[in-house]
Design a binder for this molecule. Structure first.
Ligand SMILES: NC(=O)C1=CN([C@@H]2O[C@H](COP(=O)(O)OP(=O)(O)OC[C@H]3O[C@@H](n4cnc5c(N)ncnc54)[C@H](OP(=O)(O)O)[C@@H]3O)[C@@H](O)[C@H]2O)[C@@H](O)CC1
Ligand SMILES: Nc1ncnc2c1ncn2[C@@H]1O[C@H](COP(=O)(O)OP(=O)(O)O)[C@@H](O)[C@H]1O
Length: 282
């Protein structure tokens, strides 16, 4: 496949996609992100996504995932709302197993996908791409992208994707008609219209379990805070996705700097998000 040029995404560009709260805001106007994530097998993915969404700066985080996971989410973040209600963007799939979805879980995911709202499709909900009705971004790693494309009769192995990740991300965006965010040491963000950004990770300590769940939470929160723009201009999702990757990478850098360049955990990463958001606004 050919290698086309990929744009960069600067701090100044990212700053344009961080919404500063105003005097006439309330929690609903600032944005409500809903998450259907986590499972009895992977409760941590729900905790991490919820934590990241709170840290990114949103009016409300509503957790709609499996009952078995709610206690863990609330124990970590009691400000999370677990009652059903208004949502302005969804994060679906982190910590879910597509092969073992209950009837209830499938129904909830379909309901969110039919809402016309912006959606972040991660991990165990990636297979649902195509049933979306609103602006949608998929967030696979190389293994997940190969699996997803193969399930759509596009032959791709993990090694193929690793060998030419940008080209496969661009092909996925074209064929699946969604914004595609392919994770790795370089993360590729592209859309069916041909907008393309490549963001290089600031530290390889990021390659750790749970950091992708944090990215999904950041992205969901940014989509919720920009739900009004997204309702009239779905193409904004590509720039919002690039901003999420930028914030994620900067948070990793800050968290690692804080420990003299040492290793970071997914929670350390989430804890550094407010400083990135603050410095972008400053
Ligand atoms: N604390 C929690 O609750 C956590 C919960 N989590 C949840 O766990 C669920 C399973 O997610 P998963 O990513 O671990 O497994 P899966 O989807 O089977 O893919 C693995 C296969 O893909 C391939 N592969 C290729 N490139 C790759 C890459 N860059 N990174 C990783 N793999 C790569 C690799 O191929 P190989 O290297 O073997 O050739 C391998 O065969 C998911 O719901 C997630 O949200 C996690 O977030 C962790 C923290
Ligand atoms: N070698 C690497 N260097 C820097 N960042 C990486 C590297 N490999 C993966 N990443 C980043 O780490 C995160 C891992 O996400 P993911 O694969 O979904 O893991 P998990 O499901 O455990 O959260 C992504 O943001 C990805 O871009």
């Amino acid at each position: 496949m050919g290698r086309d040029s990929w744009g960069q995404w600067s701090a100044a560009e990212a700053a344009d996609w961080i919404r500063r709260p105003a005097a006439d805001d309330d929690k609903y106007r600032r944005g409500v992100v809903g998450l259907f994530t986590g499972s009895a097998e992977y409760p941590g993915a729900a905790v991490l996504g919820v934590e990241a969404a709170h840290r990114t700066g949103v009016g409300m985080v509503r957790y709609a995932g499996p009952k078995a996971v709610r206690a863990a989410v609330l124990a970590h973040r009691p400000e999370t709302v677990v009652q059903p209600g208004r949502v302005q963007a969804w994060v679906l799939g982190s910590g879910l197993d597509a092969g073992h979805r209950s009837f209830l879980t499938s129904g909830e995911l379909q309901h969110a996908l039919a809402s016309g709202l912006p959606v972040v499709l991660d991990a165990g909900a990636l297979d649902l791409v195509g049933t979306h009705t609103g602006p949608t971004v998929i967030t696979p790693h190389a293994g997940e992208l190969a699996r997803l494309l193969s399930s759509r009769e596009i032959d791709a192995t993990v090694d193929d994707v690793r060998a030419d990740p940008g080209a496969w991300a661009a092909r996925a965006a074209r064929e699946l008609r969604v914004v595609t965010l392919l994770k790795g040491a370089t993360t590729y963000v592209c859309d069916p219209e041909g907008t393309r950004f490549a963001l290089h990770a600031s530290t390889h300590w990021l390659a750790a379990a749970g950091t992708g769940d944090v990215l999904a939470g950041i992205l969901g929160a940014l989509a919720a805070t920009h739900h009004e723009i997204l309702s009239t201009d779905a193409t904004a999702l590509t720039r919002i996705a690039a901003t999420a990757v930028f914030v994620h990478g900067e948070a990793a850098r800050l968290a690692s700097d804080h420990v003299a360049g040492g290793p970071i955990t997914a929670l350390d990463l989430a804890g550094a998000i407010p400083r990135v958001v603050g410095s972008l606004l400053g």
